[in-house]
Ligand binder design. Structure first.
Ligand SMILES: Nc1ncnc2c1ncn2[C@@H]1O[C@H](COP(=O)(O)OP(=O)(O)OP(=O)(O)O)[C@@H](O)[C@H]1O
Length: 501
């Protein structure tokens, strides 16, 4: 950990020059539009494929949009490409459903080329549907009674690689018959710092326990030749005695932990029980912004923020843009108000309070370019990859640099350019300067909108606020109109006042 591999020292590498790449994977990558590997992908490839590959656990810390997903997906798929029997060998855990869906797409674009199947456990469909996708019962399918001598074959995994959120993963561990992590070889914890912060029913200790040496696996080892004609279906983890492996289970569960803001705090990393971890980082500073990201500040009075935002959006002329706010409520209010301005592009909201189906619809519309401006909570912050996002706006200044990095990182991805605008009050200018210094930025340009544009918008804003008031009244539940009128009026006033802010 003290001497990290500097990803900056790697260049892009054309696929044709990549050592040991399976030609089937090369073809699949070409179909995805990938003709060369990005630096972080090459750095990880060198540590994982070839002699000594996967000997150490990897901690991958490189900027947003630098291609970390493929950096772990490609070596895992290549390493599993020679497997003979299907069982669950790789598990990728992500904090949110949309992120898991996105990562599954990356695996699904390359894994089938070498005969591997990828599953998803995120609670998008019913648990029964998910189980039928993940587990098969060969005896049931062949309509023959199961052989009691052959219990190992009663249930079989339908997938080699599983992409999961912690909640659904725990559901399967606790309740799904035949779901086992016994054969797991690779564990990826993406957005590690976020996942470690939230324990989610102790999923991590559970996964580590289920993949470590235990008495049961020793018994299974002793009995293996009798249990099944294909003894290889039982993965036996033994205790290593070689130097560096003492007291470690072998074959070892290889771990890859990944984030643009990976923690280096040993007390946090300790939970992962990493084996000789190797840190791959970019540059000298702890965190880094994408090279082609431009940061701007927009200084305005608090009560004029919506006007400045509208003037800014008008100036961006419908370029794809995400506007981040600090809460679900302000996301809803802001997108409602923006829509009342009658701007010539489509504005929608995205927040954790919306049902998954609505969120997915918004995301799809935004990806397809049917929605140009997405007002979002931090549910959209981490990892989300939407092509063509040229601008990010921080409607509320992020307090922590990690948040700034992940929000700004929705643009300037994959070597493209992008801009991040932050609306600030005068008293926020200094704290914002200090914030950016943490990522090595000393000066941040001011972006100004014309005073005329703001003046022109004032009357429209007043009528938008009136319409907002009417809207809220019409949406208020009827019983409020009679009994709780006083409380309702007070609440409404507070709410409209917050919209003004
Ligand atoms: N080798 C490559 N060639 C071309 N495009 C690539 C390559 N690798 C990744 N990409 C594209 O780059 C974009 C960013 O990749 P990815 O989502 O993996 O970034 P990330 O580093 O995980 O970002 P974040 O930290 O925000 O999660 C994606 O659209 C992906 O398709």
């Amino acid at each position: 950990m003290r001497s990290p591999v500097d990803v900056d020292e790697f260049d892009e590498c054309p696929l044709s020059l990549l050592p040991s790449l399976d030609p089937r994977l090369e073809e699949a990558l070409q179909k995805m539009g990938v003709s060369s590997l990005f630096p972080v992908q090459l750095a990880v490839w060198q540590e994982t494929i070839g002699p000594g590959g996967f000997e150490r656990d990897l901690c991958i810390n490189s900027p947003t949009g630098s291609g970390k997903t493929l950096s772990y997906a490609l070596p895992i798929v290549q390493a599993l490409s020679t497997r003979k029997i299907r069982c669950l060998r790789a598990l990728v855990v992500l904090p949110t459903r949309d992120l898991a869906l996105q990562v599954k797409e990356v695996f699904a674009a390359i894994a089938p080329a070498v005969g591997l199947r990828v599953g998803l456990a995120v609670g998008q469909s019913s648990i029964a549907d998910e189980i039928s996708e993940l587990i098969k019962r060969p005896y049931l399918e062949m309509r023959v009674p199961s052989d009691p001598e052959d219990r190992a074959f009663e249930f079989q995994s339908s997938v080699d690689i599983l992409v999961a959120t912690p909640g659904r993963l725990m559901d399967h561990i606790n309740t799904t018959k035949g779901f086992t992590l016994e054969h797991l070889c690779y564990l990826v914890v993406d957005e590690t710092d976020r996942l470690l912060r939230e324990a989610y029913q102790s999923w991590l200790p559970m996964v580590l326990q289920l993949t470590s040496l235990n008495a049961q696996s020793m018994i299974a080892y002793a009995k293996a030749p009798v249990l099944s004609p294909l003894g290889s279906l039982t993965t036996i983890r033994r205790c290593g005695v070689e130097r560096g492996f003492k007291d470690k289970v072998f074959p070892r569960l290889v771990k890859m932990i990944v984030s643009a803001t990976l923690t280096q705090d040993p007390s946090k990393l300790f939970q992962l029980d990493l084996h000789h971890p190797l840190f791959l980082a970019t540059g000298e500073t702890r965190y880094k912004l994408p090279d082609k990201l431009e940061s701007y500040k927009l200084i305005c009075e608090s009560k004029l923020k919506p006007l400045y935002l509208v003037a800014l959006l008008e100036g961006l002329q419908g370029e794809k843009c995400i506007v981040f706010t600090s809460s679900v409520d302000s996301t809803h209010r802001l997108s409602t108000v923006l829509n009342l301005f009658g701007l010539p592009f489509k504005i929608s909201e995205y927040s954790g309070r919306q049902p998954q189906s609505v969120r997915s619809k918004m995301l799809k519309g935004f990806r397809e370019g049917k929605i140009q401006v997405l007002v979002a909570t931090d549910a959209m912050t981490r990892g989300m990859d939407v092509e063509g996002v040229r601008n990010v706006v921080n409607y509320d200044m992020p307090v922590y640099i990690k948040k700034y990095i992940h929000r700004a990182g929705r643009t300037a991805r994959a070597g493209q350019g992008g801009r991040c605008f932050t609306l600030l009050r005068n008293d926020q200018v200094k704290p914002f300067k200090k914030l950016l210094q943490k990522v090595g930025i000393d000066t941040c340009s001011v972006h100004s909108v014309s005073a005329d544009a703001v003046e022109r918008l004032r009357p429209i804003y007043s009528s938008a606020l009136e319409k907002l008031q009417e809207l809220m009244e019409s949406r208020a539940p009827k019983r409020h109109k009679t009994g709780l009128k006083f409380v309702k009026d007070r609440k409404r006033k507070t709410s409209i006042n917050s919209a003004k802010q």
